[in-house]
Design a protein around this ligand. Sequence first.
Ligand code: NAD
Length: 260
Amino acid sequence: MSLKGRNAVITGSTSGIGLGIAKALAAEGCNIMLNGLPTPDCEQIRSGLEREAGVKVLFDPADMSKTEQVRALVRNAEAGLGSVDILVNNAGVQHVSPIEDFPEDKLDLIMRVNFFSAFHAIAAAVPGMKARKWGRIIDITSAHSLVASPFKSAYVSSKHAVMGLTKTVALEVATDGITVNAIAPGYVWTPLVERQIPDTMAARNMTKEQVIEEVLLKAQPTKRFVSIEEVAAAAVYLASDAAASITGTTLSIDGGWTAA
Ligand code: NAD
């Protein structure tokens, strides 16, 4: 399933699922544009991946809540790597709160990072993909693009919106050699999940152990967290030529959560 010579942008790829996808694509020979909020270890992550995988790896600290920076990320990747063949819209943020107390700034941020950034990145990347008659767009949604959970009104809405975007763009570019799909993970143990535990403890009056067992893993019939590597392997498959006829769909990796 070699992706040798392809160029990929993965938003929010300095941590968690995005970094896992970047590593897996790089292992198949893809050059990579990493992105994420700047942290002291960004350069170490970039150079480490470049060394390990033997591909070109760039890093762009574009803020995915800012339209112009999202579009510039795609332009910078086209300039630095030569093209954007694979776009993985992965950057995402969460906030847990009852709707009557939901802070407006958090609603705004969640919609911008989770939904608007995917919209603008796709809009910026599609012309180049159309010109080359090949492209793969992979949106990392969530089981929350299909079902809801209380106290996550903004997040669930943003992920349902991305699913609509995935399906719509898939139809628009279906004859251009471009596929557009979503991967909908259940709970994956990453900093994003770890960070929401204190707020969930407060919202539901639970201990940390109760949140893990009775909220997070309760939803997943397999009773275990999905691994980053499982999600990354699905992204590699969707990016491959073998998946050329898969478009406009959601691949659930949720341990059976949405089957219930
Ligand atoms: P994470 O917190 O580990 O990583 C998030 C990444 O996004 C980081 O690289 C961070 O720098 C980046 N980011 C955040 N805000 C940004 C901004 N404004 N601009 C640029 N980059 C920004 O999160 P994760 O758990 O790996 O989640 C990745 C994606 O997977 C998200 O879209 C999330 O909704 C989705 N997801 C996660 C889970 C889970 O259980 N972890 C489940 C389903 C879906």
